[in-house]
Design a protein around this ligand. Structure first.
Ligand SMILES: *[C@@H]1O[C@H](CO)[C@@H](O)[C@H](O)[C@H]1NC(C)=O
Ligand SMILES: *[C@@H]1O[C@H](CO)[C@@H](O)[C@H](O)[C@H]1NC(C)=O
Ligand SMILES: *[C@@H]1O[C@H](CO)[C@@H](O)[C@H](O)[C@H]1NC(C)=O
Ligand SMILES: *[C@@H]1O[C@H](CO)[C@@H](O)[C@H](O)[C@H]1NC(C)=O
Ligand SMILES: *[C@@H]1O[C@H](CO)[C@@H](O)[C@H](O)[C@H]1NC(C)=O
Ligand SMILES: CC(=O)N[C@H]1CO[C@H](CO)[C@@H](O)[C@@H]1O
Length: 427
């Protein structure tokens, strides 16, 4: 099977000229472009070499950033709103990750961000197809950038990335252990921000979170629980489209009852005139289509053109729980898993993530259970908590919602450093 990819990828590689690092948008050296992961399916990536003061950027780890959604654009939301070197106004971002590590933003699945398909029948419809495309991309990436073949790789993701990243990691680690793509053991960790992994665990916590935070009353709890029950029974019957419809109903109901609280962070975007979209606000889309498209010399009008289709095509898949991939990674590989959770997120409340961890069993879980949970204090300010053991870490992020690296850059830079140990890599 694997040889099949190799053949396809080497065909696709013919005629792709090698170019070295270029200046794109914002500081530092970059590389970007399209990879045809299948005929007619064009995946966009954007690599930022670290701006750290190192003699070679391979002294620092590589972070692969996978946005959620499905359909969120790493190139836009992750890059310009969360952790890239500049923000949507082109202003430098204090606390950006590129100052510490190399960051690879990937617009996946195809159809999100600048990625696109020639025909919507080429959009992926399930996790297997999605992972296949990601693997094809990674193979291309390590061919073009063979300098990263021994550089520690850490995957960071958000929300739906909680399913996408572990599924990729299993395949990637296996391929690497057989000497494919990169050196064995190159993949070090998979890190999931407010991950949407198990709808069951999440649905059981929404009303609780909203109630405790004063966003609904007992009547609201009853209404929301009733609607969540409809989602769960559709899932139980494997009616994933129905589950999706019920989910959209739940969203509308939750917005109605709370007076349209911004569900990605209950303490921000309180002014209704503010942009309350997740990654595809008008200003951001214009910026990506015009300013960024021009700087990168790519067809900017592709940006976001197919995102609704992607979201709808994969939403049923998003609703399906995946309880096994992470325990498998922990049991069968040396890859460590970390979860970070912004405390102000309604979509995936921290309590839902804790309930999920409770239900996982893995080989060294007792080490995690017995580890002390300690406050993260930086320059005298409480930024959250951490609990790490048995190749697993949980980070609670204070003053943060769903988009933790953007909401609390201080805490998330701490997490980045704790996990990647980027400084000990430099000689
Ligand atoms: C960069 O690192 C070199 C070698 O450690 C050091 O001499 C130089 O002062 C550093 N430059 C900056 C701007 O920190
Ligand atoms: C898209 O693909 C489908 C299925 O392969 C095919 O029937 C259809 O003609 C294609 N549409 C275009 C515009 O190429
Ligand atoms: C939300 O409120 C609108 C306007 O009041 C109403 O039309 C709609 O049916 C409500 N939706 C739900 C799910 O309660
Ligand atoms: C750019 O992309 C848009 C949207 O997909 C398409 O309609 C247009 O033809 C493309 N333009 C060029 C010059 O390729
Ligand atoms: C992982 O290992 C634990 C015990 O070591 C076992 O109970 C669990 O079923 C395993 N899970 C998977 C998915 O392999
Ligand atoms: C929920 C929580 O812990 N909030 C704290 C976050 O950090 C600020 C200051 O760093 C505190 O004032 C909050 O109480």
């Amino acid at each position: 099977m694997w040889c099949g990819y190799l053949a396809i990828v080497s065909l696709l590689l013919l005629g792709v000229p090698w170019t070295s690092a270029r200046s794109g948008f914002g500081p530092g050296e970059q590389d970007w472009g399209y990879v045809d992961v299948r005929e007619g399916a064009h995946m966009f990536y954007w690599l930022y070499y670290t701006t750290a003061n190192v003699s070679s950027y391979t002294e620092r780890p590589l972070v692969l950033w996978l946005q959620g959604g499905p359909g969120g654009a790493s190139s836009a939301l992750g890059n310009f709103q969360e952790l890239g070197p500049v923000d949507v106004k082109g202003e430098p971002r204090e606390g950006n990750w590129v100052q510490h590590v190399n960051v690879l933003f990937l617009d996946s699945p195809v159809g999100s961000g600048y990625s696109y398909v020639d025909n919507s029948s080429l959009l992926v419809t399930n996790s297997e197809e999605l992972t296949e495309d990601l693997m094809t991309f990674m193979m291309y990436f390590y061919k073009r950038h063979s300098e990263f073949k021994e550089v520690p790789l850490h995957i960071f993701s958000e929300s739906y990335g909680g399913k996408m990243a572990p599924a990729l990691a299993i395949r990637l680690d296996k391929a690497m252990s057989m000497g494919e793509l990169a050196a064995p053991g190159t993949l070090k960790s998979v890190n999931l921000g407010n991950p949407w992994i198990s709808t069951r665990h999440i649905c059981r916590e929404h009303s609780n979170y909203l109630f405790v935070n004063g966003l609904i009353d007992e009547d609201g709890v009853a209404q929301i629980d009733e609607q969540e029950e409809r989602i769960l029974s559709a899932l139980k019957m494997h009616e994933f489209e129905k589950a999706t419809d019920e989910y959209f109903q739940w969203f509308e109901l939750m917005q109605n009852i709370t007076g349209e609280v911004f569900m990605y962070n209950t303490q921000t975007h309180v002014d209704p005139s503010e942009d309350r979209t997740y990654g595809y606000g008008d200003d951001l889309v214009r910026f990506m289509q015009e300013d960024v498209g021009e700087a990168l010399q790519i067809n900017g009008s592709i940006f976001a053109a197919q995102v609704i289709q992607v979201f709808l095509t994969l939403h049923g898949e998003r609703m399906q729980s995946d309880m096994l991939t992470i325990p498998r990674l922990l049991n069968e590989t040396s890859v460590s898993i970390n979860i970070y959770s912004g405390q102000l997120d309604v979509l995936v409340p921290t309590s839902a993530t804790l309930a999920l961890i409770k239900d996982w069993t893995w080989k060294h879980k007792s080490e995690y259970v017995q580890a002390h949970r300690t406050p993260i204090v930086i320059e005298g300010r409480l930024q959250g908590y951490e609990k790490v053991g048995g190749k697993f870490g949980m980070y609670w992020i204070n003053r943060s919602g769903h988009l933790a690296p953007g909401d609390n850059p201080t805490a998330m830079q701490y997490v980045l450093k704790a996990i990647t140990q980027y400084e000990s890599d430099s000689s």
